[in-house]
Ligand binder design. Sequence first.
Ligand SMILES: [Zn+2]
Ligand SMILES: [Zn+2]
Length: 106
Amino acid sequence: MPYAPPRICKCGALVPAGRACPRCSKAAEAARPNRHQRGYDSDWYRLRRRHLETHPGCVVCGSTEGVDVDHKASIRERPELRLAPSNLQTLCRLHHNRKTHGKMQE
Ligand SMILES: [Zn+2]
Ligand SMILES: [Zn+2]
């Protein structure tokens, strides 16, 4: 039976031959975005707050009540634009709902 020496992973861990590095597979697991989270992490909250400071009113009606920051192109369609300031717009709850339900145009 041929002896296969353990390999040294790029992370420096000694890994038994033919096995995935436990350290790296754990790191990959942690780095994988949680589908349910939909990318709403601390980066997003920071960007959102900054956007609301400079764009406090709904882009449709100008209301500043119950506003939220909306992605013009949804994260699902354009995940790479998730943190792009140009892809953000302030919407009040009413207009956010309208957009979500595809009734932006009256
Ligand atoms: Zn590794
Ligand atoms: Zn509005």
